[in-house]
Design a protein around this ligand. Structure first.
Ligand code: C5P
Length: 234
């Protein structure tokens, strides 16, 4: 048993390089996912248009989440978004680090035809690695995440990507901001390159509005079994 509430909150990451792999996974899953996320891997092989057409054929009622994590100067980003908005895409990611001007111009160029999603700090960073990399240790991940959320909100974005571990303090400060959380794992094993992880149930309880799940499902021996398990967890 599952509720539509959880089904509508899960974006399935289709991190594949071939059409055949996408078709195979989507044919196996029942019920069909409501949000399909594609990114650099699939579009660098198929091209964006072909990938979007394929998904629309396979799951006509699903929303399409194009995860390109755009990061460039305002002019370049807004021109690209003018092109993307003609595709049937529902969500598109941009890095919040691109800055206020870039986010504002991106939003204007989108004409509300696509939900712009601001990416904060990649979930593949551990807190320690983040602080010790290019930022001063005093700039801990939490502080920078909140600053990025503030920037996104002030530019008019309604959606951001963060780790499930940050949802609680983001919602405390920005209660209307919608949070998308990758880094979802059913167990501590096979976390892969993700560091700031959580389980589906806990991520939702902490306030996540959409969960992104990829490898726990598509790398499983029986993907539909894990898919059903995820859906029944809430
Ligand atoms: O396989 P896994 O469940 O780790 O997939 C996570 C997906 O979410 C990948 O497609 C990855 O590109 C994406 N993502 C992420 N961290 C972000 C933004 C997107 O892992 N901050």
């Amino acid at each position: 048993m599952y509720s539509n509430q959880i089904l509508n909150k899960i974006a399935l990451a289709l991190d594949f390089s071939t059409k055949e792999e996408v078709v195979k996974l989507l044919e196996e899953l029942n019920p069909k996912p409501k949000i399909l996320k594609i990114g650099l891997q699939l579009i660098s092989s198929l091209g964006i248009k072909e990938a979007v057409v394929l998904l629309k054929q396979l799951c006509p009622s699903a929303s399409i989440f194009l995860d390109l994590k755009l990061y460039d100067i305002p002019n370049t980003i807004s021109k690209a978004i003018e092109n993307f908005k003609n595709l049937e895409i529902d969500y598109l990611t941009v890095h919040i680090l691109g800055g206020h001007k870039m986010l504002k111009q991106a939003l204007k160029a989108s004409e509300n035809k696509v939900n712009l999603v601001g990416v904060s700090i990649l979930t593949s960073y551990s807190e320690e690695e983040f602080s010790n990399s290019f930022f001063h240790p005093a700039n801990e991940l939490k502080t920078i995440t909140l600053k990025l959320c503030e920037l996104a909100v002030s530019a008019g974005l309604n959606w951001i990507v963060a780790s499930p571990q940050e949802s609680v303090f983001i919602k405390e400060r920005f209660k209307d901001l919608k949070i998308i959380t990758p880094g979802i794992r059913l167990t501590e094993s096979n976390i892969g390159d993700q560091q700031r992880i959580d389980t589906p149930r806990s991520a939702i309880e902490k306030g996540s509005d959409m969960l992104v799940i990829g490898r726990p499902i598509y790398s499983a021996k029986n993907p539909n079994e894990i898919w059903e398990k995820v859906l029944s967890l809430y």
